[in-house]
Design a protein around this ligand. Structure first.
Ligand code: FAD
Length: 248
């Protein structure tokens, strides 16, 4: 409605998983809901609760950062809308006031040529992430990235929007892998020494890893988690590109 997918306060993870509209238009949300805990938890847990809790280990915050969502806070003085970039203030700290609850998440409808993916590494099914990465991309008709969103899970004291990775991806050319145009572009890149898709993805993955501040715990060392951030950013970018209809 009005250019947004609206997720109300009572919507559970299971409802998100079972929504045909979400599967069709927001595969990144389906990726995310599917890897949260287990079906017993997902039957009860709400998407808004996942955001409102302010836990950097929760999976939806990174995805909502990548999707440039906004949230509606409702309190005694009425409603206010908060950009997701302004919502997470730190470990279990959010922009919600003591007398407010989160009543809606608003996710912009992605333009044509968009694709997104959420990739999570967990020690075992149902666990919180060792590292999770959400990537949402929009490509123009020529395969050039016009919008990029990258969010990171459990790699710092708050969910991280990896702006440096987004900047690396913006404007990059990801010509569809097959066909004559793809072949011509690859020859041109070889001659001009323009960075190819693999180099851009590697640079973006490194930029994301450089923005993390993981702590050592049972899930891994700082070095290991930083490495996982890079590897999973790369995988999420490739999956997002494939869903947007490009190569890479
Ligand atoms: C065993 C287990 C495993 C889990 N694994 C994962 C995982 O892998 N990934 C993941 O992302 N999450 C995981 N979770 C968290 C879970 O998915 C829910 O996000 C979380 O429990 C919130 O559920 P809830 O909506 O019932 O909110 P509650 O648990 O009832 O609330 C959590 C907190 O948020 C506040 N709150 C809830 N809703 C709102 C609202 N609308 N407005 C304002 N404040 C609100 C509550 O007051 C409370 O402080 C796991 C939970 C469990 C129990």
């Amino acid at each position: 409605r009005d250019g947004f997918l609206r997720i109300g306060a009572l919507v559970t993870e299971t409802q998100l998983e079972e929504s045909a509209a979400v599967a069709e238009r927001y595969p990144i949300l389906l990726d995310t809901a599917r890897v949260i805990a287990d079906p017993l938890v997902r039957n009860r847990a709400t998407v808004c609760g996942n955001i409102a809790h302010g836990d950097p280990a929760n999976d939806h915050p990174a995805t909502m950062l990548a999707l440039r969502a906004r949230v509606v806070a409702t309190g005694p003085d009425g409603e206010r809308t908060i950009d997701i970039d302004d919502f997470f203030h730190g470990l279990f700290m959010t922009a919600l006031g003591e007398d407010e609850i989160l009543t809606e998440i608003q996710v912009p409808v992605p333009p044509a040529g968009s694709g997104g993916a959420y990739v999570k590494l967990e020690r075992k099914v149902g666990d919180y992430a060792v590292a999770g990465v959400a990537v949402q991309l929009t490509l123009d008709g020529e395969g050039k990235v016009t919008q990029a969103g990258v969010g990171l899970t459990n790699l710092g004291f708050a969910p991280i929007r990896a702006t440096a990775a987004e900047e690396t991806l913006l404007g990059a050319d990801f010509v569809p892998a097959g066909g004559l145009r793809g072949a011509i572009e690859r020859v041109r890149d070889a001659i001009t020494k323009a960075p190819g898709a693999d180099e851009v993805i590697a640079a973006a993955a490194q930029a994301a890893a450089d923005m993390t501040e993981p702590v050592e715990d049972r899930r891994g060392t700082v070095e290991n988690k930083t490495n996982k951030a890079s590897v999973h950013t790369s995988r999420a970018i490739r999956q997002a590109l494939a869903r947007a209809g490009a190569g890479g």
